[in-house]
Write a protein that binds this ligand. Structure first.
Ligand code: KMT
Ligand code: NI
Length: 178
């Protein structure tokens, strides 16, 4: 369904897969334990999809917009790709529905190691408020994604270290209790 793996320690060439050798997979269950959830939807039908509507209604995802990450479509592409890759957290969940292309979300596991999550067309992924994470396109340099939000969107990112926020403390607490 969704492929994820522990990353090697190299900080170069962010768009490469950075698998360990041998590969060390991370399961969907392990992702759920750190608060990362996933749905697979039919992205060809995103404009009129009852399954997406149901998720949006149940979760209260009232806001949505669409971002195209591609050198010809996104102004200041290279700088933005670098910026998305800075380790950060948000005070709210990050909810992304990949409509086309492919890319990686990296999240910190319980042991603070990087987990790389490969997403592509049809993947709806949610990262919990307070989790340290980052994003990068892969070598295809192309991702079209729907950004969803509960109410008015707040895009503010706090780069690590951001350990003093209540939401960060609550997130860390939620890990030790599960
Ligand atoms: C983010 O929050 O890092 C982004 O919006 C990146 C693009 S969304 C696929
Ligand atoms: Ni983010």
């Amino acid at each position: 369904s969704l492929e994820a793996w522990y990353m090697d320690e190299s900080s170069e060439k962010q768009k490469l897969p950075h698998r360990l050798n041998p590969n060390q997979p991370v399961t969907l269950t392990q992702l759920e334990q750190i608060g990362v959830y996933h749905w697979k939807l039919n992205a060809d039908n995103y404009e009129n999809d009852p399954e997406l509507q149901k998720i949006r209604e149940e979760k209260g995802y009232s806001y949505m917009d669409i971002i195209t990450i591609h050198p010809d479509k996104l102004p200041d592409y290279e700088n933005k790709v670098k910026m998305f890759y800075e380790e950060h957290l948000h005070l709210d969940d990050e909810i992304r529905y990949i409509l086309d292309g492919s890319s990686y979300f990296d999240v910190r596991g319980k042991d603070d190691r990087w987990i790389r999550i490969a997403v592509s067309k049809g993947d709806l992924i949610t990262l919990p408020a307070g989790i340290y994470h980052r994003f990068t396109v892969d070598e295809s340099n192309y991702t079209k994604a729907m950004r969803l939000f509960v109410g008015e969107p707040v895009w503010k990112a706090y780069n690590r270290p951001a350990d003093d926020f209540d939401i960060r403390k609550a997130y860390v607490n939620s890990l030790s209790c599960s």
